[in-house]
Design a protein around this ligand. Structure first.
Ligand SMILES: [Zn+2]
Length: 448
């Protein structure tokens, strides 16, 4: 691969020149700011390297698809990424303008540098380097880039379901997420699923003087009691059946977790947390294998300065459940409803906001080994292998709907500030990502 690596090193400056206009173009999906313009730009970049590319309309933001077909090649790698970004707020906490990429101490700062435009761009440049140096790639490449990831990918599933032939591949590769805190190259073999809901309770038809608290039931207490029945003071979810479908980790997965370098004490210090749920030793195990019931937000009554005695007329809470294989969001929702009914909480209104299935590719799958080899070859380092990460994403669409293995290979670091001010990517990691991407494309040709 030395010829390709030298080409990549020689083009460092030109990569930045091409990346910067892409970062300057806002693409905030939740506010519909600049998303279509960004999709057009991406389409142009794919065509520019010689891919057959097309823009697919969806009910919200377009999907950009591209394809490189090499003659006489049988294997196909699908790369997935997203070109939409989170809003830059709070803007005054940025040290440089969010949509003006700025280089400082070996990092590029700007919205989308890490999540996910910078990482996505590395996929394109990996394919380009192979085409320019060798004239062909050892596996076919399909690029699937969506503009709705930051609003939970509502159009992606129907798109995949109706374009199975177009998207057919042997494996999926995603440059997204964050590396292990040690900054060693990291392979992620699965993502947690998600069920996001809101619970609402109502009391009288209006807020009342709290002198009526002796006679009129409080919807806030009602919500608090319902919530208390869902989880104990540790991390155990209490409603019946929640853990029934949780898949037991394989021995190879447990081994991978044992091999994750533990810097948990540092993490605790950095976050100012004295004690972790389950203790330091199970930090990575819990992150990967433990499903959660989290309160994302809760609201009721008077929360302003000073005292105001009031009996509020309503309360609500937003809950996110991170799920692991083989839990299913709709099944968890059914069990939750059943539990609330059984506890006489059947007046509580449940509003659902979103769901994602969990995914997992076995750590000992030949494709995972191939990616690990490509990383070793490129960086001289053995990657940290995460059987799963704590977060969620549309990975199940590839492993479940399409039925092929998928790994997420983050180029960003734990302090890349995804979704926050001063988002950044380390320039050397970005270049390394292009090299790893090119090596995986080449190695794909060998897989049986
Ligand atoms: Zn994101």
């Amino acid at each position: 691969m030395q010829d390709v690596f030298s080409y990549i090193d020689d083009h460092r400056d030109s990569y930045l020149k091409q990346l910067f206009p892409f970062l300057r173009q806002p693409s905030i999906s939740t506010q519909n700011v600049g998303v279509r313009e960004c999709a057009q730009m991406l389409l142009g970049m794919l065509k520019e390297i010689g891919a057959k590319a097309k823009l697919f309309e969806t009910p919200i933001h377009p999907i950009v698809f591209g394809e490189i077909h090499s003659p006489g090649v049988s294997k196909t790698l699908l790369v997935y990424g997203h070109y939409d970004v989170q809003p830059p707020d709070p803007v005054d906490l940025w040290k440089s303008p969010p949509f003006e990429p700025t280089v400082c101490k070996g990092r590029v700062y700007g919205r989308g540098t890490a999540d996910n435009k910078g990482q996505l761009f590395a996929h394109i440049k990996a394919a380009e380097a192979l085409l320019r140096v060798r004239g062909k790639t050892a596996s076919n490449i399909k690029f699937l880039f969506e503009g709705e990831e930051e609003i939970s990918s509502p159009s992606l599933r129907p798109f995949i379901e109706t374009h199975q032939d177009l998207l057919k591949a042997d494996a999926c590769l995603v440059f997204d997420g964050s590396k292990h805190e040690s900054s060693r190259p990291t392979i992620v073999c699965g993502l947690k699923g998600m069920l996001y809901i809101e619970l609402r309770t109502r009391g009288a038809n209006r807020d009342l003087h709290s002198m009526r608290a002796a006679m009129i039931p409080s919807p806030v207490w009602r919500l608090v009691h319902a919530l208390a029945s869902l989880k104990n003071q540790g991390s155990r979810v209490l409603f019946p059946g929640f853990y029934d479908l949780v898949r037991k980790p394989e021995e190879a997965e447990l081994e991978a977790v044992r091999n994750v370098p533990s810097i948990v004490a540092n993490i605790r210090r950095e976050l100012d947390v004295d004690e972790l749920l389950g203790g330091d030793d199970s930090y990575y195990y819990n992150m990967m294998f433990d499903p959660t019931c989290n309160i994302s937000g809760i609201q009721a009554g008077y929360t302003g300065p000073g005292a105001k005695t009031v009996l509020p007329c309503q309360a609500f809470v937003k809950l996110d459940f991170r799920l692991v294989p083989d839990q299913r969001p709709q099944e968890v929702l059914r069990l939750l409803k059943k539990h609330l009914d059984a506890q006489d909480f059947n007046d509580i209104e449940i509003v659902q906001h979103g769901e994602l299935m969990p995914s997992r590719t076995p750590v000992d799958h030949p494709y995972v080994q191939l990616v690990a080899e490509a990383i070793l070859k490129t960086t001289g380092q053995k990657p940290v292998i995460f059987p799963s990460m704590g977060g969620s994403g549309p990975d199940y669409f590839f492993t479940g709907l399409m039925g092929f293995p998928s790994v997420w290979l983050p180029l960003a670091r734990h302090d890349s500030n995804n979704h926050a001010p001063n988002e950044n990517i380390v320039l050397d990691d970005f270049l390394e990502g292009i090299k790893i991407g090119a090596t995986i494309i080449e190695y794909m040709g060998r897989i049986q």
